[in-house]
Design a protein around this ligand. Structure first.
Ligand code: ADP
Ligand code: MG
Length: 549
């Protein structure tokens, strides 16, 4: 049983804003605190960093203020200027559709005149650091007599930073009748004592954690710049080459954004989140099960019911809102006795979440160096070397000796002979070809590579194939993936209906299951690949599949 934002008694405008921000369901601290704060009850809310405490008090504040009045009705104290700005921004976003609501951040360092002007225009919510707030109270530019809700945010940090006296002074200026709420990641004795003095019959919301067994999954994290996330995800997918991957984001919006970025890069990715209707979800899940999509980008809620055994990698594109979510997420892999890897993308503040998760799960999440483009290349080489060394002494290879001997007698160099064999093998496999790795896609500054997955040989044997011509090629920055995903936009087609894809400078050829060729050509002529309208037709000299460059 999960709670939805609709279960709270909040206005449609706020629900709409929450929807636009992409929140799918309330985080545990929100589920616990919002109904209480809405009722005007004094609350102590304890939950870790990054668990959505701002909205836990921000939503009820927006609900409880009178937007027609221009008086300050809610005050939030934060320990730093950055946090004040962040909190003010988050509340502004939540109140975006409420007419007349103003939120003003007040902190030291910014010219006081600007803040005075903002306050004069009328604001219902102020968010600020204690020093500057006191300054405004003394100047009488901030009136406190209409304040009915007070929030001490990050209370533990406030005390650590020695703000106790300032806080007491500010509280002393507030009206007798008011709601007092304290939010914090930890609840030291000092805060509890403070609460006793200033709150009346407070309710304590602690986000309690159940003991959970952590599945046996290899867990790593990358410390990275948020702007690099998509690029690094692409590299991870290329290097690990997982069969099925679930990538987790915290919001529906991020899920949609990332899915379309991955599709642009030619990956077979689909989005899964709560806005999808049941039949759309079933459709996506079917594609995933049938491997006609190999990356599922999902929110926590949407992924909850997923029971696909073959998921071999989980990526935390965003660090989860809750430790328990982390355990749920990584439990999507390593099912039915299989192996699994979980990779977390950690940037900035998320590091604290990572630390907490390690404590909570009593497991070690090892830091890994971000994969470089060189690693991608190395990885391809390693795979090839493994295959070669595994097979080098096989008895059945003897039958090729006469052919080699002919070449040697004709004075061909053994290295050249071996090289041509490897090159032919790589082409046959249809996997990453080393030369292609050096070919840089100008838009994305990353190598354009062939479709990651070696397509099963059987596919080429099944049925007859027809060759389809497409007037777009290497110089247009097209890769095998782009073409494959364009063709598979026709949902009735299966990956197995698509045979080899050969990309030349200005055009490409694709083998298509002969029964579907007309349909594919018709569809291709309607769409764009890499932003270009394309022309496609059945190739004149329709050769059978297997023809390669
Ligand atoms: P805290 O104050 O507990 O450290 P924040 O309020 O700063 O956490 O929230 C951390 C991030 O989570 C913010 O980017 C916020 O927009 C986002 N967030 C908050 N609530 C939700 C939710 N219910 N679903 C998804 N993301 C959320
Ligand atoms: Mg916070």
């Amino acid at each position: 049983m999960t709670i939805s934002f609709n279960d709270f008694n909040i206005s449609k405008e706020i629900i709409d804003a929450i929807g636009e921000m992409g929140f799918e369901e309330p985080s545990p601290i929100q589920a616990g605190a919002i109904p209480l704060v809405l009722q005007g009850i004094d609350v102590i809310g304890q939950a870790q960093t990054g668990t959505g405490k701002t909205a836990a008090f921000g939503i009820p504040i927006l609900e409880r203020i009178d937007s027609k009045s221009k008086n300050v009705q809610a005050m939030i104290l934060c320990p730093t200027r950055e946090l004040s700005i962040q909190v003010a921004e988050e509340i502004s976003k939540l109140g975006k559709f409420l007419k007349g609501v103003k939120v003003v951040p007040i902190y030291g360092g910014q010219p006081i005149e600007r803040q005075i002007r903002a306050l004069k225009q009328g604001t219902q919510i102020v968010v600020g650091t204690p020093g500057r707030i006191i300054d405004h109270i003394k100047r009488k530019t901030l009136k406190t007599d209409n304040i009915k809700i007070f929030v001490l945010d990050e209370a533990d940090e406030m005390f650590d930073m020695g703000f106790r006296e300032d806080i007491e002074m500010i509280i002393g200026r507030l009206p007798e009748e008011k709601q007092m709420t304290f939010f914090s990641a930890t609840m030291a004795k000092e805060i509890m004592n403070f609460a006793k003095t200033y709150q009346s019959e407070p309710e304590i919301i602690r986000v309690v954690k159940k003991e959970m067994t952590v599945p046996k999954v290899d867990q790593y994290y990358f410390d990275l710049d948020p702007h690099m996330k998509t690029e690094i995800l692409a590299r991870v997918l290329d290097i690990y080459n997982p069969n099925l991957t679930i990538v987790f984001c915290n919001t529906k919006r991020m899920v949609d954004e990332l899915t379309s970025k991955l599709k642009d890069r030619g990956y077979l990715a689909e989005a899964l989140h709560g806005d999808l209707k049941q039949n759309q979800r079933d459709f996506v899940m079917n594609k995933f099960r049938k491997l006609s999509t190999d990356i599922l980008v999902a929110t926590d809620v949407a992924a909850r019911g997923i029971d696909v055994d073959e998921v071999d990698m989980v990526v935390n594109y965003d660090m989860p809102q809750d430790d328990e979510y982390y355990v749920h997420r990584i439990g999507r892999t390593a099912r039915a006795g299989r192996e699994g890897t979980a990779i977390s993308f950690v940037s900035g503040k998320e590091y604290y979440k990572l630390r907490d998760i390690q404590k909570y799960t009593k497991s070690i999440i090892a830091r890994k160096e971000i994969p470089t483009l060189g690693d991608i290349r190395k990885n391809e080489s390693t795979k090839l070397l493994n295959i070669l060394t595994e097979n080098i002494n096989k008895e059945e290879n003897k039958k090729y000796e006469p052919i080699i001997n002919v070449l040697l007698e004709e004075n061909y160099n053994p290295i050249d002979i071996a090289s041509v064999c490897i090159s032919l093998y790589m082409n046959e496999k249809g996997v990453g070809n080393h030369e292609e790795l050096d070919y840089i896609d100008n838009d994305k500054k990353r190598p354009v590579r062939k479709q990651r997955q070696a397509r099963p040989k059987e596919r080429f044997k099944k049925g007859k194939w027809k060759r389809v011509f497409i007037n777009i090629g290497r110089i247009d920055g097209v890769s095998e993936r782009h073409i494959l995903s364009a063709i598979l936009q026709n949902n009735k087609l299966h990956k197995n209906d698509v045979g080899s894809i050969d990309i030349y400078d200005k055009y490409s050829f694709v083998d298509i299951n002969a029964k579907r060729t007309n349909e594919v050509v018709k569809d291709l002529n309607k769409i764009r690949i890499r932003g270009r309208k394309i022309k496609s037709e059945i190739a004149k000299s329709s050769s059978k599949s297997g023809r390669r460059k």
